[in-house]
Ligand binder design. Structure first.
Ligand SMILES: [Zn+2]
Ligand SMILES: [Zn+2]
Length: 171
């Protein structure tokens, strides 16, 4: 997703970008994410003076995941508020001035936003999801979905710390 520095700098009004990006490769390393929809990108770019361009907007993608407790498949929406400022540098080894540490330095007139958008998405991917807050999960001995029925297994678990304490008192 390419934006043009000069075009944005010379534009009176903020420029709007609406696009979808294929982000399948972003979740490739995640076994718990079975798939991802194309990411909906809605951005606004505007000059902020001094060769700086301010890009803000909203990213949206839908993940195919499974509940970390009962393994049921579910859809999980990821929404990201995107905000980044870019500064164009004419020299190849351009350096940021003091107070500009938050800016991303770009050489050339064309700026590919894709890696920044993908990184923003990556940071917002959930580590695990549940189908509902009180999902009871699967029985650890027979695998029954405890949301649907009780299986009757004895799954009473003793906290290992308490168990150790029990041993202590037996002595
Ligand atoms: Zn569940
Ligand atoms: Zn069971």
């Amino acid at each position: 997703m390419i934006i043009n520095f000069r075009q944005i700098s010379s534009s009176e009004a903020p420029m709007e970008f609406h696009q979808t990006l294929d982000v399948g490769h972003v979740v490739k390393g995640r076994n718990d994410i079975a798939g991802i929809s194309p990411m909906q990108v809605d951005l606004q770019a505007q000059p902020a003076g001094g060769g700086v361009i301010h890009v803000t907007g909203h990213l949206l993608a839908e993940l195919d995941m499974s509940c970390s407790r009962c393994l049921k498949s579910l859809k999980h929406r990821v929404e990201v508020q995107f905000e980044e400022a870019f500064k164009q540098s004419d020299e190849d080894s351009g350096e940021l001035d003091e107070g500009e540490e938050d800016l991303v330095l770009v050489s050339g007139e064309r700026l590919d936003l894709t890696p920044y958008l993908e990184e923003a998405l990556l940071l917002e991917l959930p580590f695990s999801v549940v189908c509902k807050e009180d999902c009871k999960g699967l029985c650890p001995s027979c695998g029954t979905d405890l949301n649907e029925r009780q299986c009757g297994c004895n799954t009473e678990r003793i906290d290992p710390r308490l168990a150790a304490l029990g041993d202590f008192f037996k002595k």
